[in-house]
Write a protein that binds this ligand. Structure first.
Ligand code: SF4
Ligand code: SF4
Length: 100
């Protein structure tokens, strides 16, 4: 899986089309404590399959890989994680971003 160092995320959205699973999506609201004016992108954990297609796409190196422990008894993708609201990104219609 991957994670994002939120303080390093400028919200440039470059990484979004590099994820075939729509696991990189922007927050609806920019958390108040951030130094960047634009809202960050987060990893929607339940969508991330760990393919690492996105890992080199971030110009600020905010994306990094999370190792899954060898002794894990179950996939972290199976846990029910609540996440903040994210924007919907149009991929396929006119003006959609498509995928990498
Ligand atoms: S590792 Fe793969 S599935 Fe997860 S966010 Fe990156 S591109 Fe998407
Ligand atoms: S490419 Fe990097 S800085 Fe840009 S939105 Fe994605 S994680 Fe944030």
């Amino acid at each position: 899986m991957v994670a994002i160092t939120m303080d390093m995320c400028t919200g440039c959205d470059v990484c979004i089309p590099h994820c075939p699973f729509e696991a990189l999506l922007p927050l609806v609201v920019n958390p108040g404590h951030r130094k960047h004016q634009k809202r960050p992108v987060i990893v929607v954990e339940n969508n991330c399959v760990g393919c690492l297609s996105c890992i080199g796409s971030c110009p600020t190196n905010a994306l990094y890989e999370i190792e899954i422990p060898v002794a894990a008894s179950g996939s972290p993708l199976l846990h029910d994680s609540s996440q903040p609201d994210v924007e919907k990104i149009q991929r396929w219609k006119r003006n959609g971003i498509g995928v990498a």
